[in-house]
Design a protein around this ligand. Sequence first.
Ligand code: HSE
Length: 441
Amino acid sequence: MTNTTGPASAQPIRVALLGCGVVGSQVARMIESRSDDVAARVGRRVELAGIAVAHPDRPRQGLDSRLFTDDPTGLVNRDDIDIVIELIGGIDPARQLLTAALEKGHSVVTANKALLATHGTELHAVAEDHGVDLYYEAAVAGAIPIVRPLRESLVGDQITRVMGIVNGTTNYILDQMTTTGAGFDDALAQAQAKGYAEADPTADVEGYDAAAKAALLSTLAFHTRMRGDQVYREGITAITREDIAAARDMDCVIKLLAVCQASPDGISARVHPALVPAAHPLGGVSGAFNAVFVEAREAGHLMFLGPGAGGSPTASAVMGDLVTVARNLVRGVAGPPQDVYGEFPILPIAEVHTRFHLRLQVRDEPGVLAEVAKIFASHGVSLQTVQQSAVEGNDRVDGWSATLKILTHEARECDVKECVDELTGHHYVNSDPRVIRVEGM
Ligand code: HSE
């Protein structure tokens, strides 16, 4: 419902759109089709001034062909622009275009996590120097409001941990492996057939996309600059059916998690597959959905869940930023600056504390369990549960007949790594131990 008497007849706010793909075309259509509501909410009309694309002559249904240009630099440098929305992705030329836009005094809305996770601090500084806004809700977890809750709603609290399923492609693949018994390659092929995974799935399955998002979440949560390359990263390509089955035995599922954590010594951010209890809020996140679980000192535990990608959901987040930035313009204010006063040390993965699940095949002989336990004890790693399943009779293969499944208490990563190094190649131990971190237990 629209109150058409609302907005003043002042000059409209003019928007330059860079990119008109799946998300950009949806944003352009929403600016056009929701113009009365947007005007009512902002207090002035908001209109498209131009759209920069690689192929301006291509027909685009419902959009005025005169808006299109193949000159993004010319577009961002126009004097009649107020806000630039960047949806082209990648580092270059997005970085140069947004720097030029901010220097020209235009506010910016972007979904570009790779750019912000690499050059966010410089871009925020330019925005602050010129008194304009840089908003990026769509850069993390698509439609899910998480940037603004961390930047504004929870800014009076103290966040201790943020755990996110922030990549829908890998969540879909792991969910398929869990629910259908598919192996990684088949599940990836299904994700590609459904359009979730790219032809080159590296950015998703190797965790680069999630690491960029983890850097943004960590910077917001702990008020300390974190770049994507400072996030420890492991992908999901090595996850096997056996890992999925071992998780099920523990009433867990395997998720690719982004974990941003504050500890007395510093902060850390990491992306890796983890065992999560099926009963944990993150354990129930299925298909290509995203979710972010926030632990705050006063607020307690908060769960944000929803679609993390796709044209309409991501466009919703972009439109939220556009309306917010336009409102700020009307009121002659800028939103909160990037606030990175914390400067906490960033801990290497070796110093991170969490729990671990280990699986190893050992000889079923007297003293083996004691020997394995001694190795953990010598590195100060405490075991919570140890389960041995031994194979009897004809199934025994050369005496390699017992599988040990171990769950540690919280332990330092480097201590567990030393245990694993010592167990690997030990004469009682057959294969390299399989190690998966455990979160949310
Ligand atoms: N490729 C991402 C995903 C969406 O699968 O969640 C964009 O970040």
